[in-house]
Design a binder for this molecule. Structure first.
Ligand code: PEP
Ligand code: MN
Length: 391
């Protein structure tokens, strides 16, 4: 379905800054001293355009720090005056909108958990009616582009024309190297469906730790995102929320200094988009490969239990020989070199033996079991225990 959005395209939320727009600040406002010190340090970098801080924190578990609430709005005001940076906070209901606007907050954003709930977004949109505050909508926690566009439409229908989106990644049940998987194809599709909509990337919530922030930020810039929202705290180790992913202002300075800001033609952007898509495919295939290998190891363990019960040794030269020849033949049919397939199965076989030997040696203190080294020598053709060694 077509997206029905009418927004201001040529200014980033009323701010006269060149792309990329940099929003930074702590995950949460914790004390006046922390917010003001962070704001001053960020402003001194001369690279940051907007100060962010969470006041009301949507936390997964009820025992976590849920933000300082209304009193923290006054600290942001002090921070704004001290640093000269406009401020941005997350709102999740109509009360938050009213209190943030009354406190003179410059930009509001809707968090990922809220975007996933149309009732909450509608309540916020209704509270925004008659105002002209810039609003940024984070992607919903689940990878659903329609839900994201729907939230943007609700806010837009309420009369908000200074509109933007924030890409903060998507949660998954499976463990990945990211806290929230970027699924770049989703913001790319948002760009295609809503041309000109400013999109900011939030690498902090995508990564969940500081290591990958640089690489994710660079990818976002290479994909022509309009800005970055990166969490920074004057003392990250003491942070009451998201301590692992917050940078010091100094680290942020280094990171921003190392990013390459390219001016790209449409062709470049398309090429990079393609590359990102292909890399996502590779990532998926690698994950599947690991799943399959883990399944293979668990079957090897079942064999191990069987062998243990029946007092059969682990290695079986004939079986191994048959595996190698058969797999090399199938590999050749699939355009894989014999050398590669041979080496690959040697490693897989070694790991299988390791799993079997672990299973067979549990509580098997009296039975003498070959060590892994002995077994692997057997692989290489040197029989350690004679011909009857079985896999
Ligand atoms: C945040 O920005 O601190 C936050 C809670 O983000 P998200 O809504 O992306 O989880
Ligand atoms: Mn956070």
């Amino acid at each position: 379905m077509e997206a029905h959005l009418h927004f201001i395209k040529d200014r980033l939320f009323g701010l006269h800054v060149d792309r990329p727009l940099i929003i930074s600040g702590p995950c949460s406002a914790e004390s006046e001293e922390q917010v003001v010190a962070t704001a001053r340090a960020l402003a001194a970098l001369n690279r940051v355009h907007v100060l962010r801080a969470g006041i009301w924190k949507p936390r997964t578990r009820p025992s976590a720090f849920e933000g300082m609430g209304r009193p923290a709005l006054a600290w942001l005001r002090v921070a704004q005056e001290a640093s000269g940076l406009p401020t941005a906070v997350e709102v999740a209901n109509s009360r938050h909108v009213e209190q943030a606007l009354a406190a003179g907050i410059s930009i509001l954003w809707i968090g990922a958990r809220t975007t996933a709930n149309p009732f909450a977004v509608q309540e916020i949109a209704d509270a925004l009616k008659g105002t002209d505050v810039p609003v940024l909508v984070k992607n919903p926690v689940n990878p659903d582009l329609e839900l994201w566009i729907g939230a943007l439409e609700r806010v837009n229908k309420a009369g908000i024309t200074q509109l933007g989106a924030i890409h903060r990644g998507f949660s998954t049940f499976e463990r990945t190297r990211y806290r929230n998987k970027p699924n770049w194809e989703i913001p790319i599709e948002l760009k295609r469906r809503v041309p000109g909509l400013p999109i900011i990337c939030d690498p902090s919530h995508i990564c969940g730790s500081t290591e990958l922030i640089q690489a994710v930020s660079q990818t976002a810039l290479d994909l022509n995102f309009d800005g970055l929202m990166i969490e920074a705290h004057i003392r990250p180790a003491e942070a009451l929320s998201d301590a692992k992913q917050q940078l010091t202002p100094h680290q942020l300075d280094t990171l921003l200094g190392q990013l390459v800001f390219r001016h790209e033609s449409i062709d470049d952007v398309l090429t990079r988009t393609k590359l990102v898509e292909l890399r996502e495919k590779i990532d998926k295939i690698d994950r599947d490969l690991l799943e399959i290998l883990a399944d293979r190891m668990s079957v090897a363990e079942d064999i191990g239990y069987y062998k243990k019960d029946n007092k059969i040794t682990i290695l079986q030269s004939d079986r191994w020989d048959e595996i190698v020849h058969n797999r090399m033949k199938v590999g050749l049919e699939k355009n894989l070199t014999a050398e590669f397939v041979h080496k690959l199965f040697e490693i897989i076989h070694k790991e299988s033996i390791h799993h079997q030997s672990r299973v067979m040696n549990v509580a098997a203190s009296v039975e003498e079991t070959p060590t892994l080294d002995e077994l692997t020598q057997e692989h290489q053709g040197e029989s350690v225990r004679g011909k009857d060694q079985q896999q």
